[in-house]
Write a protein that binds this ligand. Structure first.
Ligand code: PRT
Ligand code: MG
Length: 209
């Protein structure tokens, strides 16, 4: 049995066609059913539906053999305990700094609100900017509006969320997409099944370009 960890929402939606090409179609819809373990049309594959930030943890500990997670989540988690063999090119967005509209350029010490503490620390250190990082769990856009921070580090897709809050994107930290991750022991113990699945995903992705 292969267990694949996926988060509900955009990653799940965009992973479905990829999984379907490998013959993996969930029997239940996680939007309407409360099951956390989904059986699929393949007897040898099941999905576990978890929070996006928990995917690396499940895979690292072998609770799932494989997982699909954003590069943002993997960088923040630290992916030393995992293999990351494939960029799936789904759930794409940009990790950016953003400020209030027309805010002065960042100089000297800066207060940054983000849920990506490690990434933000590394980024500002690489620029030689002294940053005080304030960890938030959501609604980052609010922080500069209420004087909690000068700037945020967050994911941007259309930019509509920033615009709606009188903010604007500043610098691109990196482009983000979702990756397939594999438990290191499973890669050895279940090599045939995992290699076959990887090859199928690669064929599907090759057709997309
Ligand atoms: O929502 P939950 O708290 O359960 O967890 P999560 O936010 O980590 O999960 P989810 O499903 O929202 O995101 C999972 C993954 O999708 C992320 O780790 C990213 O790799 C990827 N992804 C792609 C995004 C976006 N695009 C995105 N736009 N994740 C979040 N957003 C948010 C962003 O944080 C901001 O609030 O959407 C808003 C910006 O969108 P625009 O279109 O207004 O710019
Ligand atoms: Mg979210």
């Amino acid at each position: 049995m292969l267990t694949i960890a996926v988060s509900k929402g955009r990653i799940y939606e965009e992973a479905l066609p990829l999984l379907a090409e490998a013959g993996i179609v969930p029997i239940d819809d996680p939007k309407t059913c409360r099951k956390l373990i989904l059986q699929t049309t393949r007897d040898d594959v099941q999905l576990v539906i978890i929070r996006a930030t928990d995917v690396p943890t499940f895979v690292e500990y072998g609770a799932a053999d494989l997982g699909i997670a954003g590069k943002d989540v993997l960088l923040e988690h630290g992916a030393e305990g995992l293999y990351e063999p494939l960029d799936l090119g789904i759930a794409c967005c940009r990790l950016m700094t953003a400020t209030r509209k027309n805010a002065p350029p960042i100089t000297g010490r800066v207060r940054v609100a983000t849920k990506f503490v490690k990434i933000a620390e590394r980024y500002f250190a690489s620029l030689g900017i002294q940053a005080e990082i304030i960890k938030l769990y959501g609604s980052m856009e609010l922080a500069p509006l209420v004087g909690l921070a000068d700037c945020i580090v967050d994911l941007v897709d259309t930019g509509n969320t920033l615009k709606a809050n009188d903010m604007e994107p500043r610098d691109l930290i990196m482009n983000i997409s979702s990756r397939l991750v594999v438990n290191k022991a499973a890669m050895k113990m279940k090599n045939a099944a995992i290699a076959e699945l990887l090859a199928q995903f690669e064929r599907t992705l090759a057709k997309r370009v």
